[in-house]
Each structure stands twice: as structure tokens, then as C-alpha cells.
Unconditional design. Structure first.
Length: 106
């Protein structure tokens, strides 16, 4: 194996590993305030909403739209997510409902 390829592999490993390891090593000794912990608890929900809502209610041109198949698939997933709080279950349920609605709403 050439030296340049080996250096490239080690460089990519360092770029991937160090940004994850350094904060972990530095901040494990610190205790976050309770308010920050509660706020971080809602971060996955906020990120998911930021990803899902533009897909549900906007077109590629930037117009606000209402596509029944997407919204009807989102409702049971939302209810499931609130009650069960299982991300993978919500993803699987969303795919099943979306595909099932594809048979009925053509």
C-alpha cells in the first residue's frame, strides 16, 4: 500500500474521531444545569420537526401545499410518537402507512 493512501486513511480517521472524542473527554467532568438538560431532551423532537414539516407542507418551488397522502401518513405517526416515544417504530409505521395510502389514494 502506498504511503499517501495510508496517510489519507489515518487522516480521515483522525478527522472523524477527534471531533467526537475531544468534547467527550473535556465535558464529562462538567455537570450541566438542570434547565439545559431539559432543553436538550427536546432537541431530537425539534430536529425531526424541522425535517418533517417542510416536506409535508411545501413544494420544491417553495409554495405552501397540502398533499393528503403525506399529511394522512403523518397523523398516526405523530400519535404513535407521542405515546410510545420510539423513533424506529415511528419510521417503520410511517413507511407502512405511506405505502398503504398509496394503494388507496392514487
Amino acid at each position: 500500500m502506498r504511503l499517501s493512501i495510508l496517510l489519507l486513511i489515518f487522516g480521515m480517521a483522525a478527522v472523524t474521531f477527534l471531533p467526537r472524542f475531544i468534547p467527550l473527554a473535556l465535558f464529562t467532568r462538567w455537570s450541566l444545569p438542570e434547565g439545559v438538560r431539559r432543553a436538550l431532551h427536546f432537541m431530537p423532537t425539534a430536529i425531526m420537526a424541522a425535517i418533517v414539516f417542510p416536506v409535508l407542507f411545501s413544494s420544491p418551488e417553495g409554495n405552501i401545499i397540502f398533499e393528503p397522502r403525506l399529511v394522512l401518513a403523518a397523523v398516526p405517526v405523530f400519535i404513535f410518537s407521542v405515546r410510545v416515544k420510539n423513533l424506529w417504530g415511528a419510521v417503520v409505521l410511517g413507511m407502512i402507512v405511506y405505502w398503504a395510502l398509496g394503494f388507496f389514494l392514487r
